[in-house]
Ligand binder design. Structure first.
Ligand SMILES: N[C@@H](CCC[C@H](N)C(=O)O)C(=O)O
Length: 280
């Protein structure tokens, strides 16, 4: 059945990683995988990398709950760029410079750092093979798998699974061909986000990403966090670096308590009402 109620949406992005944001705190509207796919479709829907749903807080500890859907209709627990966007919205609405967002991966603290510039504590990097998760006990610092020029990645969970491959030249990697194969590798029972990273300096990394459930995007916040953690674990960089993505730069710091801070911009580019044909 088609939903004919009015559902306002916002179109936002972080470094070009774009989102359709639905605030359902009043309506209680429940998205389905088919609706997420229809909304995200760039030919027939609104087009976006992820659909982001702001829901009523489930504990007294946060300002709101955030649900995240990839373009293929799968649910994910974490999205760095969307977290900054939602945090900015909540801070604007509350006239505050601080917000707490609850997700499946935990509570995320965010702070306004300037005009449309937001910092988020993305929580601890998780490094045990069970937490990523992997299919079998493997040293996450050298996971041993590979295909073509991509070999021996580092595994990191930022609430979602990442495999980071260090290479000499990210531009030379055919991510469109290798990304989907690695995303579905047997080692990753929940699939994985695939990053290719080139260390430019101890405080600067160039990174490109193939996102689980979406494909190549211009930026991935959790991917940037995972990449900095992976580089620091390998001794390739310091624990703070700028990560240069196709869409711009995020500053990432791996704190002594294992939490990862991400700072970067947000953009609000459009608003409208969802067409009911997307909600059947
Ligand atoms: N774009 C995001 C990550 C989105 C989720 C990812 N595709 C997954 O399935 O884990 C980011 O900015 O972190």
């Amino acid at each position: 059945m088609t939903d004919t109620t009015d559902h306002p949406f916002l179109k936002m992005h972080g470094l070009g990683n774009d989102f359709v944001v639905l605030d359902v705190r009043q309506s209680g509207f429940a998205l389905t995988p088919a609706m997420a796919r229809a909304i995200a479709d760039r030919r027939t829907g609104l087009g976006c990398d992820q659909v982001v749903v702001i829901e009523t807080a489930r504990s007294g500890l946060s300002d709101a709950w955030m649900s995240l859907w990839n373009a293929d209709g799968s649910v994910t627990s974490a999205c760095g760029n969307a977290t900054r966007c939602v945090a900015w919205l909540l801070m604007q609405q509350a006239g505050s410079d601080h917000a707490v967002i609850e997700t499946k991966a935990g509570l995320l603290d965010a702070e306004m750092r300037g005009d449309k510039l937001v910092a988020v504590d993305m929580g601890p990097a998780r490094l045990d093979w069970r937490e990523i998760p992997l299919a079998k006990p493997v040293d996450t610092l050298h996971m041993g798998i590979g295909i073509g020029s991509l070999t021996d990645p580092v595994g990191v969970s930022m609430g979602n699974p990442h495999a980071v491959f260090f290479v000499g030249d990210v531009a030379a990697i055919d991510l469109a061909a290798l990304g989907p194969v690695l995303e579905h590798h047997d080692l990753f029972p929940e699939r994985a986000n695939i990053e290719v990273a080139q260390v430019l300096a101890p405080d600067r990394i160039r990174m490109r990403v193939w996102e689980r459930g979406t494909g190549i995007t211009s930026a991935c916040g959790t991917g940037a966090c995972a990449t900095l953690v992976a580089a620091a674990r390998r001794g390739l960089t310091a624990r703070k670096a700028d990560v240069v993505l196709d869409g711009g730069v995020l500053t990432i710091e791996w704190l002594p308590d294992d939490h990862v801070m991400m700072t970067g911009p947000v953009a609000l580019v459009a608003e409208g009402m969802l067409d009911s044909s997307l909600l059947s």
